[in-house]
Design a protein around this ligand. Structure first.
Ligand SMILES: O[C@H]1[C@H](O)[C@@H](O)[C@H](O)[C@@H](O)[C@H]1O
Length: 581
Protein backbone atom coordinates (compact mmCIF):
# COMPACT_ATOMS: atom_id res chain seq x y z
CA UNK A 1 0.00 0.00 0.00
CA UNK A 2 1.32 3.36 -0.93
CA UNK A 3 0.33 6.47 0.85
CA UNK A 4 1.20 10.07 0.27
CA UNK A 5 2.22 12.02 3.30
CA UNK A 6 2.68 15.73 3.23
CA UNK A 7 3.82 16.80 6.60
CA UNK A 8 6.88 18.00 8.38
CA UNK A 9 9.65 15.75 9.31
CA UNK A 10 12.42 16.47 11.75
CA UNK A 11 14.99 14.64 13.73
CA UNK A 12 14.95 14.05 17.44
CA UNK A 13 18.16 13.94 19.46
CA UNK A 14 18.66 10.29 18.59
CA UNK A 15 18.27 11.04 14.94
CA UNK A 16 14.92 9.33 14.65
CA UNK A 17 12.53 10.85 12.23
CA UNK A 18 9.33 12.21 13.72
CA UNK A 19 6.20 13.63 12.21
CA UNK A 20 4.61 16.54 13.88
CA UNK A 21 0.99 17.42 13.86
CA UNK A 22 0.63 20.48 16.03
CA UNK A 23 0.92 19.21 19.57
CA UNK A 24 1.14 15.58 18.57
CA UNK A 25 4.19 13.71 17.65
CA UNK A 26 4.13 10.46 15.81
CA UNK A 27 7.25 8.41 16.13
CA UNK A 28 7.57 7.29 12.62
CA UNK A 29 8.72 3.95 13.88
CA UNK A 30 6.14 1.40 14.73
CA UNK A 31 3.01 3.44 15.39
CA UNK A 32 1.19 1.96 12.44
CA UNK A 33 1.28 -1.51 13.83
CA UNK A 34 -1.39 -1.23 16.41
CA UNK A 35 -2.47 -4.77 15.75
CA UNK A 36 1.01 -5.88 16.64
CA UNK A 37 1.16 -3.77 19.73
CA UNK A 38 0.41 -6.09 22.61
CA UNK A 39 -2.37 -4.37 24.50
CA UNK A 40 -1.80 -6.54 27.55
CA UNK A 41 1.66 -5.15 27.87
CA UNK A 42 2.30 -2.31 30.21
CA UNK A 43 3.12 1.01 28.69
CA UNK A 44 6.77 0.29 29.30
CA UNK A 45 6.46 -2.79 27.16
CA UNK A 46 4.35 -0.87 24.70
CA UNK A 47 7.12 1.67 24.42
CA UNK A 48 9.74 -1.05 24.19
CA UNK A 49 7.85 -2.67 21.42
CA UNK A 50 7.72 0.60 19.56
CA UNK A 51 11.45 0.88 20.05
CA UNK A 52 12.11 -2.65 18.82
CA UNK A 53 10.12 -2.11 15.71
CA UNK A 54 11.96 1.09 15.18
CA UNK A 55 14.81 -0.87 13.57
CA UNK A 56 12.70 -1.37 10.54
CA UNK A 57 12.58 2.24 9.55
CA UNK A 58 11.62 1.83 5.93
CA UNK A 59 8.74 -0.41 6.57
CA UNK A 60 6.66 2.17 8.33
CA UNK A 61 3.41 3.91 7.85
CA UNK A 62 1.70 6.57 9.87
CA UNK A 63 -1.54 4.73 9.89
CA UNK A 64 -4.62 6.13 11.55
CA UNK A 65 -6.05 3.29 13.56
CA UNK A 66 -9.52 4.38 14.30
CA UNK A 67 -10.01 8.06 13.91
CA UNK A 68 -10.59 9.57 10.55
CA UNK A 69 -9.32 12.88 11.83
CA UNK A 70 -6.03 11.25 12.62
CA UNK A 71 -5.52 11.31 8.90
CA UNK A 72 -5.39 15.06 9.15
CA UNK A 73 -1.74 14.45 10.02
CA UNK A 74 -1.30 14.25 6.27
CA UNK A 75 -2.63 17.62 5.46
CA UNK A 76 -2.88 19.85 8.45
CA UNK A 77 0.70 20.54 9.28
CA UNK A 78 2.02 23.93 8.30
CA UNK A 79 -1.49 25.07 7.53
CA UNK A 80 -2.90 28.07 9.26
CA UNK A 81 -6.38 27.53 10.60
CA UNK A 82 -8.55 28.44 7.68
CA UNK A 83 -11.18 31.15 8.22
CA UNK A 84 -13.65 28.60 6.88
CA UNK A 85 -13.06 26.29 9.86
CA UNK A 86 -13.33 29.23 12.21
CA UNK A 87 -16.66 30.23 10.68
CA UNK A 88 -17.97 26.66 10.85
CA UNK A 89 -16.86 26.29 14.47
CA UNK A 90 -18.34 29.65 15.39
CA UNK A 91 -21.70 28.91 13.78
CA UNK A 92 -21.88 25.33 15.11
CA UNK A 93 -21.06 26.56 18.60
CA UNK A 94 -24.25 28.61 18.61
CA UNK A 95 -25.83 25.28 19.59
CA UNK A 96 -23.62 25.35 22.68
CA UNK A 97 -24.79 28.87 23.34
CA UNK A 98 -28.44 27.80 22.98
CA UNK A 99 -27.79 24.89 25.35
CA UNK A 100 -26.40 27.34 27.91
CA UNK A 101 -28.95 30.11 27.42
CA UNK A 102 -31.98 27.84 27.48
CA UNK A 103 -30.86 25.98 30.57
CA UNK A 104 -29.73 29.25 32.18
CA UNK A 105 -32.72 31.56 31.88
CA UNK A 106 -35.14 29.29 33.74
CA UNK A 107 -33.65 30.22 37.12
CA UNK A 108 -34.52 33.91 36.67
CA UNK A 109 -37.79 33.17 34.90
CA UNK A 110 -39.02 31.00 37.78
CA UNK A 111 -38.67 33.93 40.11
CA UNK A 112 -40.43 36.49 37.96
CA UNK A 113 -43.20 34.36 36.45
CA UNK A 114 -45.35 34.92 39.55
CA UNK A 115 -48.97 34.14 38.66
CA UNK A 116 -48.57 34.86 34.93
CA UNK A 117 -49.34 31.23 34.11
CA UNK A 118 -52.69 31.42 35.83
CA UNK A 119 -51.59 30.29 39.27
CA UNK A 120 -48.81 30.60 41.84
CA UNK A 121 -46.20 28.00 40.88
CA UNK A 122 -45.57 25.25 43.44
CA UNK A 123 -42.14 23.70 43.91
CA UNK A 124 -43.46 20.72 41.95
CA UNK A 125 -44.46 23.03 39.06
CA UNK A 126 -41.03 24.62 39.08
CA UNK A 127 -39.40 21.22 38.98
CA UNK A 128 -41.56 20.18 36.02
CA UNK A 129 -40.73 23.35 34.07
CA UNK A 130 -37.04 22.85 34.73
CA UNK A 131 -37.01 19.11 34.10
CA UNK A 132 -39.11 19.27 30.90
CA UNK A 133 -36.13 20.61 28.96
CA UNK A 134 -33.82 17.91 30.30
CA UNK A 135 -36.40 15.25 29.43
CA UNK A 136 -36.70 16.60 25.88
CA UNK A 137 -32.91 16.73 25.61
CA UNK A 138 -32.58 13.15 26.85
CA UNK A 139 -35.05 11.81 24.27
CA UNK A 140 -33.65 13.85 21.38
CA UNK A 141 -30.04 13.22 22.40
CA UNK A 142 -30.54 9.45 22.20
CA UNK A 143 -31.92 9.67 18.67
CA UNK A 144 -29.72 12.47 17.39
CA UNK A 145 -26.63 10.29 16.82
CA UNK A 146 -28.51 7.98 14.45
CA UNK A 147 -30.36 10.87 12.78
CA UNK A 148 -27.04 12.60 12.17
CA UNK A 149 -25.77 9.57 10.26
CA UNK A 150 -29.01 9.17 8.29
CA UNK A 151 -29.89 12.75 7.43
CA UNK A 152 -26.72 14.68 8.14
CA UNK A 153 -25.31 16.83 10.88
CA UNK A 154 -26.41 20.00 9.16
CA UNK A 155 -30.00 18.79 8.83
CA UNK A 156 -30.01 17.93 12.54
CA UNK A 157 -28.78 21.39 13.44
CA UNK A 158 -31.45 22.97 11.26
CA UNK A 159 -34.03 20.72 12.91
CA UNK A 160 -32.81 21.77 16.35
CA UNK A 161 -33.31 25.41 15.29
CA UNK A 162 -36.90 24.66 14.35
CA UNK A 163 -37.41 23.04 17.77
CA UNK A 164 -35.85 26.03 19.50
CA UNK A 165 -38.19 28.37 17.64
CA UNK A 166 -41.37 26.37 18.31
CA UNK A 167 -40.39 25.95 21.97
CA UNK A 168 -39.62 29.65 22.42
CA UNK A 169 -42.85 30.79 20.74
CA UNK A 170 -44.95 28.37 22.82
CA UNK A 171 -43.36 29.69 26.01
CA UNK A 172 -43.44 33.37 25.16
CA UNK A 173 -47.14 33.11 24.42
CA UNK A 174 -47.95 30.85 27.39
CA UNK A 175 -50.73 31.76 29.76
CA UNK A 176 -51.14 28.27 31.17
CA UNK A 177 -48.70 26.10 33.04
CA UNK A 178 -49.01 23.20 30.61
CA UNK A 179 -48.35 25.33 27.53
CA UNK A 180 -45.19 26.57 29.21
CA UNK A 181 -44.19 22.99 30.07
CA UNK A 182 -44.83 21.89 26.46
CA UNK A 183 -42.68 24.77 25.22
CA UNK A 184 -39.87 23.76 27.57
CA UNK A 185 -40.12 20.15 26.37
CA UNK A 186 -39.94 21.09 22.67
CA UNK A 187 -37.06 23.46 23.41
CA UNK A 188 -35.40 20.50 25.15
CA UNK A 189 -35.54 18.53 21.89
CA UNK A 190 -33.50 21.31 20.33
CA UNK A 191 -31.07 21.41 23.25
CA UNK A 192 -30.57 17.63 23.15
CA UNK A 193 -29.84 17.58 19.43
CA UNK A 194 -27.51 20.58 19.71
CA UNK A 195 -25.61 19.21 22.71
CA UNK A 196 -24.68 16.10 20.74
CA UNK A 197 -24.29 17.46 17.23
CA UNK A 198 -22.30 20.61 17.88
CA UNK A 199 -19.22 18.91 19.45
CA UNK A 200 -19.54 16.13 16.86
CA UNK A 201 -19.66 18.62 14.00
CA UNK A 202 -16.71 20.56 15.38
CA UNK A 203 -14.62 17.44 15.90
CA UNK A 204 -15.29 16.32 12.35
CA UNK A 205 -14.20 19.56 10.75
CA UNK A 206 -11.38 20.48 13.13
CA UNK A 207 -7.76 19.69 12.33
CA UNK A 208 -6.57 17.18 14.86
CA UNK A 209 -4.02 19.48 16.43
CA UNK A 210 -6.71 21.85 17.67
CA UNK A 211 -9.64 19.51 18.08
CA UNK A 212 -9.44 19.29 21.90
CA UNK A 213 -9.44 23.03 22.31
CA UNK A 214 -12.19 23.58 19.81
CA UNK A 215 -14.33 21.23 21.88
CA UNK A 216 -13.71 23.39 24.93
CA UNK A 217 -14.73 26.41 22.85
CA UNK A 218 -18.17 24.83 22.63
CA UNK A 219 -18.15 24.63 26.45
CA UNK A 220 -17.12 28.28 26.60
CA UNK A 221 -20.12 29.22 24.48
CA UNK A 222 -22.26 27.06 26.70
CA UNK A 223 -21.20 28.64 29.96
CA UNK A 224 -21.19 32.06 28.24
CA UNK A 225 -24.80 31.42 27.22
CA UNK A 226 -25.69 30.64 30.81
CA UNK A 227 -23.97 33.80 31.97
CA UNK A 228 -25.80 35.96 29.43
CA UNK A 229 -29.09 34.33 30.43
CA UNK A 230 -28.45 35.31 34.04
CA UNK A 231 -27.43 38.81 32.99
CA UNK A 232 -30.57 39.33 30.93
CA UNK A 233 -32.60 37.72 33.73
CA UNK A 234 -31.26 40.21 36.24
CA UNK A 235 -31.98 43.11 33.92
CA UNK A 236 -35.52 41.96 33.27
CA UNK A 237 -36.26 40.88 36.84
CA UNK A 238 -38.58 43.74 37.64
CA UNK A 239 -39.93 44.32 34.15
CA UNK A 240 -43.55 43.34 33.69
CA UNK A 241 -43.60 40.10 31.66
CA UNK A 242 -39.79 40.34 31.58
CA UNK A 243 -39.52 36.53 31.51
CA UNK A 244 -41.38 36.49 28.19
CA UNK A 245 -38.75 38.82 26.72
CA UNK A 246 -36.07 36.58 28.24
CA UNK A 247 -37.46 33.55 26.41
CA UNK A 248 -38.12 35.55 23.23
CA UNK A 249 -34.49 36.68 23.10
CA UNK A 250 -33.44 33.08 22.56
CA UNK A 251 -34.94 33.32 19.08
CA UNK A 252 -32.14 35.62 17.92
CA UNK A 253 -29.18 33.18 18.03
CA UNK A 254 -31.24 30.32 16.69
CA UNK A 255 -32.42 32.36 13.68
CA UNK A 256 -28.80 33.43 13.10
CA UNK A 257 -27.59 29.82 13.19
CA UNK A 258 -30.40 28.60 10.95
CA UNK A 259 -29.75 31.30 8.35
CA UNK A 260 -25.98 30.71 8.36
CA UNK A 261 -26.34 26.96 8.03
CA UNK A 262 -28.54 27.34 4.98
CA UNK A 263 -25.37 28.54 3.26
CA UNK A 264 -22.82 26.29 4.99
CA UNK A 265 -22.01 22.67 4.15
CA UNK A 266 -22.13 19.49 6.17
CA UNK A 267 -18.93 17.74 7.29
CA UNK A 268 -16.72 15.90 4.80
CA UNK A 269 -17.25 12.68 6.71
CA UNK A 270 -21.00 12.86 6.24
CA UNK A 271 -20.63 13.53 2.52
CA UNK A 272 -18.34 10.52 2.26
CA UNK A 273 -20.89 8.40 4.11
CA UNK A 274 -23.46 9.42 1.54
CA UNK A 275 -21.10 8.82 -1.36
CA UNK A 276 -20.98 12.49 -2.31
CA UNK A 277 -17.23 12.57 -2.79
CA UNK A 278 -17.13 15.77 -4.83
CA UNK A 279 -18.78 17.70 -2.06
CA UNK A 280 -16.47 16.09 0.52
CA UNK A 281 -13.43 17.20 -1.52
CA UNK A 282 -14.85 20.68 -1.90
CA UNK A 283 -15.30 21.12 1.87
CA UNK A 284 -11.84 19.71 2.55
CA UNK A 285 -10.31 22.03 0.00
CA UNK A 286 -11.88 25.02 1.71
CA UNK A 287 -10.76 23.74 5.11
CA UNK A 288 -7.13 23.09 4.15
CA UNK A 289 -6.22 25.85 1.79
CA UNK A 290 -2.68 24.73 1.03
CA UNK A 291 -3.39 21.07 0.48
CA UNK A 292 -2.78 19.69 -2.99
CA UNK A 293 -5.58 17.98 -4.91
CA UNK A 294 -3.69 14.72 -4.49
CA UNK A 295 -3.76 15.03 -0.72
CA UNK A 296 -7.41 15.94 -0.69
CA UNK A 297 -8.13 12.85 -2.76
CA UNK A 298 -6.03 10.80 -0.34
CA UNK A 299 -7.97 12.12 2.62
CA UNK A 300 -11.29 11.35 0.94
CA UNK A 301 -10.05 7.84 0.21
CA UNK A 302 -9.15 7.33 3.83
CA UNK A 303 -12.49 8.59 5.00
CA UNK A 304 -14.07 6.05 2.66
CA UNK A 305 -11.93 3.23 4.04
CA UNK A 306 -12.85 4.14 7.59
CA UNK A 307 -16.47 4.50 6.64
CA UNK A 308 -16.53 0.97 5.24
CA UNK A 309 -15.10 -0.38 8.43
CA UNK A 310 -18.44 0.00 10.23
CA UNK A 311 -20.10 -3.39 9.80
CA UNK A 312 -23.78 -3.90 8.96
CA UNK A 313 -25.85 -3.27 5.87
CA UNK A 314 -28.93 -1.75 7.47
CA UNK A 315 -29.02 1.01 10.06
CA UNK A 316 -30.46 -1.30 12.72
CA UNK A 317 -27.81 -3.89 12.07
CA UNK A 318 -25.07 -1.28 12.21
CA UNK A 319 -26.33 0.17 15.48
CA UNK A 320 -26.66 -3.32 16.91
CA UNK A 321 -23.11 -4.22 15.87
CA UNK A 322 -21.80 -1.01 17.33
CA UNK A 323 -23.56 -1.70 20.62
CA UNK A 324 -22.13 -5.19 20.70
CA UNK A 325 -18.64 -3.97 19.88
CA UNK A 326 -18.98 -1.27 22.51
CA UNK A 327 -19.94 -3.67 25.27
CA UNK A 328 -17.89 -6.73 24.43
CA UNK A 329 -14.48 -5.24 23.70
CA UNK A 330 -12.75 -4.54 27.04
CA UNK A 331 -11.10 -1.27 25.91
CA UNK A 332 -14.45 0.02 24.64
CA UNK A 333 -16.25 -1.04 27.77
CA UNK A 334 -13.71 0.79 29.92
CA UNK A 335 -14.10 3.83 27.68
CA UNK A 336 -17.85 3.60 28.20
CA UNK A 337 -17.44 3.31 31.98
CA UNK A 338 -15.24 6.41 31.98
CA UNK A 339 -17.42 8.37 29.51
CA UNK A 340 -20.73 7.64 31.23
CA UNK A 341 -19.09 7.79 34.67
CA UNK A 342 -17.78 11.32 34.13
CA UNK A 343 -21.04 12.57 32.62
CA UNK A 344 -22.96 11.04 35.54
CA UNK A 345 -20.60 12.64 38.05
CA UNK A 346 -20.97 16.00 36.29
CA UNK A 347 -24.69 15.90 36.96
CA UNK A 348 -24.98 13.98 40.23
CA UNK A 349 -22.70 16.33 42.12
CA UNK A 350 -25.49 18.87 41.94
CA UNK A 351 -24.18 21.74 39.84
CA UNK A 352 -27.23 22.13 37.65
CA UNK A 353 -29.63 22.17 40.55
CA UNK A 354 -27.65 25.16 41.79
CA UNK A 355 -27.73 26.69 38.32
CA UNK A 356 -31.44 26.21 37.91
CA UNK A 357 -32.49 27.10 41.43
CA UNK A 358 -29.75 29.46 42.51
CA UNK A 359 -32.16 32.40 42.32
CA UNK A 360 -34.56 30.65 44.67
CA UNK A 361 -31.73 29.58 47.02
CA UNK A 362 -30.20 33.05 47.24
CA UNK A 363 -33.58 34.63 47.87
CA UNK A 364 -34.15 32.34 50.81
CA UNK A 365 -30.83 33.24 52.41
CA UNK A 366 -31.67 36.92 52.32
CA UNK A 367 -30.47 38.33 48.99
CA UNK A 368 -33.08 40.55 47.44
CA UNK A 369 -31.30 40.82 44.09
CA UNK A 370 -30.66 37.11 43.87
CA UNK A 371 -30.20 37.25 40.10
CA UNK A 372 -27.12 39.44 40.58
CA UNK A 373 -25.58 36.77 42.80
CA UNK A 374 -26.47 34.16 40.21
CA UNK A 375 -24.52 36.18 37.65
CA UNK A 376 -21.44 35.98 39.84
CA UNK A 377 -21.88 32.20 40.12
CA UNK A 378 -22.35 31.63 36.39
CA UNK A 379 -19.61 34.19 35.66
CA UNK A 380 -17.27 32.06 37.80
CA UNK A 381 -18.35 29.01 35.81
CA UNK A 382 -17.51 30.80 32.56
CA UNK A 383 -14.19 32.16 33.84
CA UNK A 384 -12.98 28.81 35.11
CA UNK A 385 -14.03 27.10 31.88
CA UNK A 386 -11.56 29.52 30.34
CA UNK A 387 -8.94 28.35 32.87
CA UNK A 388 -9.77 24.77 31.85
CA UNK A 389 -9.29 25.76 28.20
CA UNK A 390 -5.72 26.78 28.92
CA UNK A 391 -4.86 23.95 31.31
CA UNK A 392 -6.64 20.91 29.87
CA UNK A 393 -3.68 19.95 27.68
CA UNK A 394 -0.86 21.48 29.69
CA UNK A 395 -1.73 20.39 33.24
CA UNK A 396 -3.74 17.44 32.03
CA UNK A 397 -7.33 16.25 32.29
CA UNK A 398 -6.76 13.88 35.21
CA UNK A 399 -4.93 16.50 37.26
CA UNK A 400 -7.60 19.17 36.85
CA UNK A 401 -10.27 16.61 37.69
CA UNK A 402 -8.41 15.60 40.84
CA UNK A 403 -8.05 19.25 41.86
CA UNK A 404 -11.67 20.06 41.04
CA UNK A 405 -13.52 17.20 42.68
CA UNK A 406 -11.96 17.42 46.18
CA UNK A 407 -12.43 21.20 45.97
CA UNK A 408 -16.10 20.69 45.22
CA UNK A 409 -16.41 18.22 48.11
CA UNK A 410 -14.92 20.74 50.51
CA UNK A 411 -17.20 23.57 49.29
CA UNK A 412 -20.30 21.39 49.54
CA UNK A 413 -19.44 20.31 53.08
CA UNK A 414 -19.07 23.95 54.16
CA UNK A 415 -22.40 24.87 52.49
CA UNK A 416 -24.08 21.98 54.25
CA UNK A 417 -22.79 23.22 57.63
CA UNK A 418 -23.80 26.82 56.85
CA UNK A 419 -27.30 25.76 55.83
CA UNK A 420 -27.59 23.92 59.12
CA UNK A 421 -26.83 27.10 61.07
CA UNK A 422 -28.99 29.32 58.93
CA UNK A 423 -31.86 27.01 59.79
CA UNK A 424 -33.88 26.96 56.56
CA UNK A 425 -36.86 24.71 56.25
CA UNK A 426 -38.81 24.24 53.07
CA UNK A 427 -42.46 23.79 53.96
CA UNK A 428 -45.07 23.53 51.25
CA UNK A 429 -44.54 26.40 48.88
CA UNK A 430 -42.34 28.57 50.99
CA UNK A 431 -39.01 28.54 52.75
CA UNK A 432 -38.90 29.29 56.47
CA UNK A 433 -35.67 30.78 57.76
CA UNK A 434 -35.02 30.63 61.52
CA UNK A 435 -32.77 33.68 61.45
CA UNK A 436 -34.46 35.74 58.80
CA UNK A 437 -32.66 38.38 56.76
CA UNK A 438 -29.11 38.67 55.69
CA UNK A 439 -26.66 36.73 57.90
CA UNK A 440 -22.99 35.84 57.98
CA UNK A 441 -23.95 32.22 57.24
CA UNK A 442 -25.66 33.56 54.12
CA UNK A 443 -22.34 35.06 53.04
CA UNK A 444 -20.53 31.79 53.77
CA UNK A 445 -23.03 30.01 51.52
CA UNK A 446 -22.54 32.47 48.67
CA UNK A 447 -18.73 32.36 48.93
CA UNK A 448 -18.58 28.57 48.98
CA UNK A 449 -21.11 28.19 46.18
CA UNK A 450 -18.83 30.44 44.11
CA UNK A 451 -15.85 28.27 45.07
CA UNK A 452 -17.88 25.21 44.17
CA UNK A 453 -18.58 26.75 40.75
CA UNK A 454 -14.85 27.42 40.21
CA UNK A 455 -13.76 23.87 41.09
CA UNK A 456 -16.62 22.44 39.04
CA UNK A 457 -15.85 24.41 35.89
CA UNK A 458 -12.14 23.68 36.14
CA UNK A 459 -12.63 19.92 36.06
CA UNK A 460 -15.83 17.95 35.88
CA UNK A 461 -17.81 20.71 34.14
CA UNK A 462 -15.47 20.59 31.15
CA UNK A 463 -13.56 17.29 30.95
CA UNK A 464 -16.52 14.94 30.26
CA UNK A 465 -17.21 16.72 26.95
CA UNK A 466 -13.84 15.43 25.73
CA UNK A 467 -15.61 12.08 25.62
CA UNK A 468 -15.05 11.40 21.92
CA UNK A 469 -11.33 10.79 22.46
CA UNK A 470 -12.17 7.75 24.59
CA UNK A 471 -13.86 5.80 21.80
CA UNK A 472 -12.50 4.39 18.56
CA UNK A 473 -14.21 5.66 15.45
CA UNK A 474 -16.35 2.58 14.82
CA UNK A 475 -18.21 2.95 18.13
CA UNK A 476 -17.77 6.66 18.71
CA UNK A 477 -21.29 7.70 17.68
CA UNK A 478 -23.07 5.23 19.86
CA UNK A 479 -20.54 5.58 22.71
CA UNK A 480 -20.83 9.35 22.91
CA UNK A 481 -24.59 9.06 22.52
CA UNK A 482 -24.80 6.87 25.62
CA UNK A 483 -22.48 9.19 27.53
CA UNK A 484 -24.52 12.23 26.48
CA UNK A 485 -27.73 10.44 27.46
CA UNK A 486 -26.21 9.74 30.87
CA UNK A 487 -25.60 13.47 31.20
CA UNK A 488 -29.22 14.37 30.43
CA UNK A 489 -30.67 11.54 32.49
CA UNK A 490 -28.61 12.73 35.47
CA UNK A 491 -29.64 16.30 34.83
CA UNK A 492 -33.27 15.22 34.68
CA UNK A 493 -33.14 13.25 37.91
CA UNK A 494 -31.36 15.99 39.83
CA UNK A 495 -33.36 18.93 38.53
CA UNK A 496 -36.65 17.17 39.09
CA UNK A 497 -35.87 16.12 42.62
CA UNK A 498 -33.74 18.95 43.97
CA UNK A 499 -36.49 21.09 45.48
CA UNK A 500 -38.19 17.99 46.86
CA UNK A 501 -34.85 17.00 48.41
CA UNK A 502 -34.55 20.44 49.98
CA UNK A 503 -37.98 19.95 51.48
CA UNK A 504 -37.53 16.38 52.67
CA UNK A 505 -33.92 16.12 53.76
CA UNK A 506 -33.31 19.86 54.34
CA UNK A 507 -30.80 21.98 52.40
CA UNK A 508 -28.10 20.89 54.81
CA UNK A 509 -28.84 17.22 54.09
CA UNK A 510 -29.04 17.85 50.34
CA UNK A 511 -25.63 19.51 50.23
CA UNK A 512 -24.16 16.77 52.45
CA UNK A 513 -25.55 14.21 50.00
CA UNK A 514 -23.87 15.94 47.05
CA UNK A 515 -20.65 16.23 49.06
CA UNK A 516 -20.69 12.46 49.65
CA UNK A 517 -21.20 11.85 45.91
CA UNK A 518 -18.38 14.26 45.04
CA UNK A 519 -16.13 12.40 47.46
CA UNK A 520 -16.98 9.00 45.94
CA UNK A 521 -16.45 10.53 42.48
CA UNK A 522 -12.95 11.60 43.47
CA UNK A 523 -12.16 7.99 44.34
CA UNK A 524 -13.65 6.83 41.01
CA UNK A 525 -11.52 9.27 39.03
CA UNK A 526 -8.43 8.47 41.06
CA UNK A 527 -8.67 4.77 40.20
CA UNK A 528 -10.33 4.83 36.78
CA UNK A 529 -9.42 7.97 34.88
CA UNK A 530 -6.02 7.75 33.17
CA UNK A 531 -4.13 10.84 32.04
CA UNK A 532 -5.02 11.25 28.39
CA UNK A 533 -3.51 14.60 27.54
CA UNK A 534 -0.94 14.48 24.77
CA UNK A 535 -1.63 10.82 24.03
CA UNK A 536 -2.36 9.45 20.62
CA UNK A 537 -5.87 8.10 20.19
CA UNK A 538 -4.42 4.68 19.48
CA UNK A 539 -2.38 4.94 22.65
CA UNK A 540 -5.55 5.68 24.62
CA UNK A 541 -7.06 2.42 23.46
CA UNK A 542 -3.88 0.55 24.22
CA UNK A 543 -3.88 2.07 27.69
CA UNK A 544 -7.47 0.89 28.25
CA UNK A 545 -6.97 -2.58 26.81
CA UNK A 546 -6.06 -4.47 29.97
CA UNK A 547 -7.03 -2.09 32.75
CA UNK A 548 -7.25 1.61 33.51
CA UNK A 549 -3.43 1.74 33.70
CA UNK A 550 -3.22 5.07 35.53
CA UNK A 551 0.52 4.99 36.21
CA UNK A 552 1.42 3.96 32.70
CA UNK A 553 -0.79 6.66 31.23
CA UNK A 554 0.85 9.28 33.43
CA UNK A 555 4.31 8.15 32.40
CA UNK A 556 3.39 8.12 28.76
CA UNK A 557 1.67 11.52 28.94
CA UNK A 558 4.76 12.94 30.63
CA UNK A 559 6.96 11.45 27.97
CA UNK A 560 4.84 12.86 25.15
CA UNK A 561 4.95 16.31 26.72
CA UNK A 562 8.72 16.13 27.09
CA UNK A 563 8.93 15.20 23.42
CA UNK A 564 6.80 18.18 22.48
CA UNK A 565 9.08 20.40 24.56
CA UNK A 566 12.13 18.97 22.79
CA UNK A 567 10.51 19.51 19.45
CA UNK A 568 10.16 23.23 19.95
CA UNK A 569 13.95 23.55 19.71
CA UNK A 570 14.10 21.68 16.45
CA UNK A 571 13.88 22.90 12.93
CA UNK A 572 10.84 22.02 10.89
CA UNK A 573 11.34 20.95 7.34
CA UNK A 574 8.20 20.53 5.31
CA UNK A 575 8.49 17.43 3.17
CA UNK A 576 6.41 15.36 0.90
CA UNK A 577 6.97 11.68 1.40
CA UNK A 578 5.61 8.51 -0.01
CA UNK A 579 5.77 5.87 2.68
CA UNK A 580 5.39 2.23 1.88
CA UNK A 581 4.28 -0.53 4.17
O1 LIG B 1 -20.54 21.28 30.84
C1 LIG B 1 -21.75 21.91 31.08
C2 LIG B 1 -21.55 23.14 31.93
O2 LIG B 1 -20.75 22.85 32.98
C3 LIG B 1 -22.83 23.76 32.36
O3 LIG B 1 -22.61 24.77 33.27
C4 LIG B 1 -23.84 22.78 32.88
O4 LIG B 1 -25.02 23.42 33.14
C5 LIG B 1 -24.04 21.62 31.94
O5 LIG B 1 -24.93 20.68 32.45
C6 LIG B 1 -22.73 20.96 31.65
O6 LIG B 1 -22.93 19.90 30.77
Amino acid sequence: MVRGESTSSLQDSAGNSMLVDGEDIHHKRGLQKDSKIDGSASVARFEEEIDDKGEDKDNVLIKPVNDEDDTSVMITFNQGISPFIIVLTFVASISGFMFGYDTGYISSALISIGTDLGRELTYGDKEILTAATSLGALIAGLLAGIAADLYGRKTCILLSNVMFCIGAILQTAAFSFWQMAAGRLVMGFGVGIGSLISPLFISEIAPKMIRGRLTVINSLWLTGGQLIAYGCGAGLNHVHNGWRILVGLSLIPTVVQFTCFLFLPDTPRYYVMKGNLDKASEVLRKSYRNASDELIAQKVKELMELNNSIPGKTVTRKVWNMLRELHTKPANLRALIIGCGLQGIQQFTGWNSLMYFSGTIFETVGFSNSSAVSIVVSGTNFLFTLVAFFSIDKIGRRTILLIGLPGMTMALVVCSIAFHFIGIKFVGNSAEVTHSGFSSWGIVIIVFIILFAAFYALGIGTVPWQQSELFPQNVRGVGTSLATATNWAGCLVISSTFLTMLQNITPSGTFAFFAALACISTVFCYFCYPELSGLELEEIQTILKDGFNIKESQMLAKKRKQQVATMSNLKFEPTHEIVEA
